[in-house]
Design a protein around this ligand. Structure first.
Ligand code: NI
Length: 199
């Protein structure tokens, strides 16, 4: 009897350790839905530069729902795919998604100047505003949004960025409403956007 009890305690302890480990891993490296709780207020103040070279602040996210994606223009796959998909979702939604504002915030502000952001984003759509600016301020915004990114050196001396790949959805009152995961189906993504648009 005693052996059974010890074994079950060992199992429970292991399980607890595994869960704690997973939670710690998630809080450090996580970029998924679970790293943020629904309805968390997202109104962290910021002062950055939009792709037209104008100052942009947290006010740009107030008063209408927003879809926010962090990435960088040198991204080989995730960012171009996501921007392309966002463009097609907004096209397909038409009037239904018209009140949603969309933002592409760079995690690589050293290379992504406003000009670079503008030509990159406008290649996909005129529905998304690129945001860049002082690297220190971008870093603060990333922290506030619990976005992960990390510079990864490449063999040729260049570098790429690992980064959170979800589109974050925020309502008109600045409350976090969930994410659209990378690779999510167009139907699901548009359903989420429809819900977001309705508020
Ligand atoms: Ni990317």
């Amino acid at each position: 009897m005693r052996t059974v009890r010890i074994i079950s305690w060992a199992a429970v302890s292991l399980l607890i350790a595994a869960i704690a480990g997973a939670l710690i891993y998630q809080s450090i490296f996580g970029g998924s839905d679970r790293s943020m709780i629904a309805d968390t207020k997202m109104g962290a103040p910021f002062e950055l530069i939009d792709h037209n070279g104008e100052v942009i602040t947290e006010k740009a996210l107030e008063g209408q729902p927003s879809a926010v994606f962090f990435g960088f223009t040198h991204c080989p796959e995730v960012c171009p795919t996501t921007l392309y998909e966002m463009a097609t979702w907004f096209d397909a939604l038409g009037e239904e998604g018209k009140n949603i504002r969309a933002f592409f915030i760079t995690v690589d502000p050293e290379r992504d100047t406003p000009d670079v952001m503008k030509s990159y984003v406008e290649n996909f759509t005129d529905r998304i505003t690129g945001i860049t600016g002082d690297p220190e301020k971008v870093e603060q915004l990333k922290k506030a949004w619990r976005v992960y990114s990390k510079r990864v050196p490449l063999e040729d001396g260049d570098y790429t960025m690992d980064h959170t790949a979800s589109v974050m959805l925020v309502d008109a009152e600045g409350r976090f409403k969930g994410t659209i995961a990378y690779g999510e189906s167009a139907d699901t993504a548009m359903e989420k956007l429809r819900r977001l648009a309705k508020g």
